[in-house]
Design a binder for this molecule. Structure first.
Ligand code: URA
Length: 210
């Protein structure tokens, strides 16, 4: 149905997502489960990373053995909810570099405005995994990915927890070369941009803010 979407349907991820969706799930559990899901999703998102053969020596003899090819991978958190994905992913890929992109919506122009942008060097040589739990309208993710491309990023994957059909369509139009990895595709967006049925405001639920 969608060209560039990988739906990650692993039973453990689906079970954990159900707990996160429940309105009574407390902040501490929400954050813990998001960390567990991001670890499990990371395993799937990194499935196609390139390997190269290197010569090593076991205690018995020399051999050719695979290692990840190229420079260290880069995780990019789209602030603030993207940070909820970082701990789990960094447990899985401890040597990854980390970038952050902060965007807010200007109330008058309704356009996203960048307030923070910091990424590792030589981004063009790294596989980038950009993360934001909710792909709603797709506007922030689309701009964040464009800014990464403007800095030279060539191989980008996008990972979210829940995507709305509207967001997927917008994202696919803007970035047909970037795969969206998501644990769920929900029904629709509400009038005020929430994903339905969704999980509510991901940032508020993970940090206990209102
Ligand atoms: N951002 C969220 O945190 N939740 C939504 O439902 C949509 C955007």
């Amino acid at each position: 149905m969608y060209k560039n979407v990988t739906l990650i349907e692993h039973p453990l991820i689906q079970h954990k997502l159900t707990i996160m969706r429940k309105k009574d799930t407390k902040t501490v559990h929400f954050r813990q489960i998001l960390k567990e899901i991001s670890f499990l999703m990371g395993y799937e998102v990194t499935r196609n990373l390139e390997l190269e053969q290197v010569e090593i020596e076991t205690p018995l003899e020399k051999m050719q053995s695979p290692k990840l090819k190229g420079k260290k991978l880069c995780l990019v958190s789209i602030l603030r909810a993207g940070n909820g994905f970082l701990d789990g992913l960094l447990d899985l890929i401890p040597s990854a570099k980390v970038g952050h992109i902060g965007l807010y919506r200007d109330h008058e122009t309704l356009k996203p405005v960048e307030y923070y942008f910091k990424i590792p060097d030589e981004i063009e040589k790294r596989t980038v995994i950009a993360v934001d739990p909710m792909l709603a309208t797709g506007n922030s993710a689309i701009i964040a990915i464009q800014k990464l491309k403007d800095r030279g990023a060539k191989h980008i994957e996008f990972m979210c927890l829940i995507a709305a059909p509207e967001g997927i369509k917008n994202f696919e139009t803007a970035h047909p070369d970037v795969t969206i990895h998501t644990a769920a595709i929900d029904r629709e967006l509400s009038d005020i941009g929430y994903i339905l049925p969704g999980i509510g405001d991901a940032g508020d639920r993970m940090y206990g803010t209102i």
